[in-house]
Every structure is written in C-alpha cells, then in structure tokens.
Design a protein around this ligand. Structure first.
Ligand code: ADP
Ligand code: MG
Length: 282
C-alpha cells in the first residue's frame, strides 16, 4: 500500500447536466497527514470530496483507499464510508433525524455495534464537539453553527480513519472555530488523516502539512504550505492571498529588521517570538 491512504488517478467527474467538475485529478494523500484543499467557489473541492468516499462515481479514473481501487457495489461502499467520513459543507443536507441523539447514533447503529458501544461513541462525539447539552433536542430547531457541530459528531461517532471536512469553519464563530481545530489536532495526534477545504489561507498555512490548490476542476499546485505560498506564479493564477504571517515576515526582512537566517514562521506566535528575540539581541 505504501504511505498513501487515499489516492485518485486521472479522475474525471461530470454532473448529469454535463458540467465537468473534475478534470484529470491525480492526488496522493499520506496517512496521518493534515491536508488543506484551497480554490475559489466552483473549483471542484466538494465534488472531489464526494468522490473520495464513493458518494459520486467518477466517469474516468480511479479512487484508491489504502492502495485498493474503490468499487461501487453496496458492500464495498459501506466498508469505505466507515473508513472515510465526509462532513458536508451545509449541515442541512447531512442531518435528517429528529433528535440530536438519534442523528449521531444512526451511523454507529448501522455498523451493528453493541448498544453500549453505540452509546459510548455518541456521547464521546457529542462531548468532543461541545453539543452534549443538545442531546435530547430536535435537530430542526438548532442554530446553523450547532447543526454544523452535530454534523461533525455524526462522522466522529463512526471513528473513521480519514475525516474530510468541507469548509468546517463556515458559519462557526471564532471560539468554536478554535475549538474545532483543537479537536482536529487531537484527532490527528491519534492517527486520523484530516482533509479539509477552506478559504482561510492563514488557517491552511498555519495548520496543514500539505496544501492542494484547485481551479476549474484541476489540481494546479500542491506542496507544503511554504512551497505553495512562495510560488508567485501559482498565487497570481489563482488570486490566492498570501498568509498574513508570511507577508509581515517578508516585510521585516526587506526592511532589514530580520535577516535571512530566520526560518519562515508558520504561526503568529512563532513570528512574535522571532521579533521579540531580535529586539532582545539588539
Ligand atoms: N449538482 C450539480 N449539478 C451540476 N453542476 C454542479 C453541481 N454541483 C456542482 N456543480 C458544478 O461543479 C463545479 C464544481 O463545484 P464544487 O465541487 O461544488 O466546487 P467547490 O466546492 O470548489 O466550490 C462547479 O462548476 C459547479 O457549478
Ligand atoms: Mg464546495
């Protein structure tokens, strides 16, 4: 199998109206990595994610999970979706049960787990996303942000090996965004591979191990965050902004305050540390 948990090879996907949403997409995702997918609206991010767990079937090319080509019969798809979970961008399209508890228990119940195990998983998932107090509430009346967190619990309760989050912080306030990323970090530390799409370049830059850039259904760039955001041709082509930490760091180097020896920081805290150390040494 090698190091890759998910791969696509020359993937082409067309919607029934003929829209070609993925065009020759070949991607390799390393097990245990945190991967951010960037690209403007309509680039193909959501379509790619739904191909990753077999909800969509490609017109050409293949998806591989742990080296095995994904097959589209009921049994193989059930097995795949147990291992590769997708949290939809819009929770309204994901949630369908009447109460929060029913909603989150639906997936594990279908795995034929013992009832105690189902309850353990549901409670754990609700605590992880901070919605345990909503357990008995009808999903229908929750706020959009609460629905989003319940939709994340849905997938966590399946305990998949890969979790794909389609714009996870869409409609979350800053406090819950931070909480969700702390949770992602914890899941990743436990070995879960995390793939997410976002328009937040600062977040992608600080947190991802690898960034994939999409445009018009194609992958037009990939690499570690520093490689991707140092590629001026790519940035111009996609109109991606550079992360603020990188901008300020370059400006401080240009102005002569910092020299070439400093490693490019990935977070605001790291940048502040470099500036403070420099001031102390002056
Ligand atoms: N149900 C659909 N039917 C037809 N075209 C669609 C459908 N959903 C998405 N598309 C088109 O597919 C392309 C990729 O969309 P999408 O994967 O949603 O992009 P992203 O998630 O990057 O915003 C866009 O051109 C979009 O208009
Ligand atoms: Mg999308």
């Amino acid at each position: 199998m090698g190091d890759y948990i998910l791969e696509t090879q020359n993937l082409v996907f067309e919607y029934p109206d003929g829209t070609k949403a993925l065009d020759d997409v070949s991607i390799k995702i390393k097990k245990g990595h945190k991967v951010a997918v960037l690209g403007s609206n309509g680039a193909g991010k959501s379509t790619l994610f739904l191909n990753f767990n077999g909800i969509f079937r490609p017109k050409q090319g293949v998806v591989r999970f742990k080296g095995e080509v994904v097959r589209y019969n009921h049994r193989s798809l059930c097995a795949l979706r147990q291992k590769v979970g997708v949290v939809f961008q819009d929770p309204e399209t994901q949630l369908f049960s009447s109460s929060v508890f029913q909603e989150v228990s639906f997936g594990p119940m279908n795995l034929n787990l013992h009832k105690d195990e189902v309850i353990r998983r549901v409670n754990k998932a609700l605590v992880q996303t901070g919605v345990e107090e909503l357990k008995g509430r009808p999903t229908h009346f929750l706020s959009h942000g609460q629905k989003k967190r319940v939709s994340i619990s849905d997938i966590l309760a399946m305990e998949p090996e890969v979790i794909i989050f389609d714009e996870p912080t869409d409609c979350l306030d800053p406090k819950h965004t931070l909480q969700i990323f702390e949770l992602f970090e914890q899941l990743n530390q436990e070995g879960t591979t995390i793939i997410f799409s976002t328009h937040d370049v600062d977040l992608a830059y600080a947190w991802a191990d690898e960034i994939i850039v999409m445009q018009n259904g194609r992958v037009i760039g990939c690499g570690n965050p520093i490689e991707v955001f140092s590629d001026n041709v790519l940035l111009e082509q996609t109109e991606l902004l550079t992360p603020m930490v990188m901008d300020i760091f370059s400006e401080l180097k240009l102005s002569g305050f910092l020299d070439e020896n400093n490693e490019i920081p990935r977070s605001k805290d790291k940048l502040l540390e470099i500036i403070r150390n420099k001031r102390k040494s002056n």
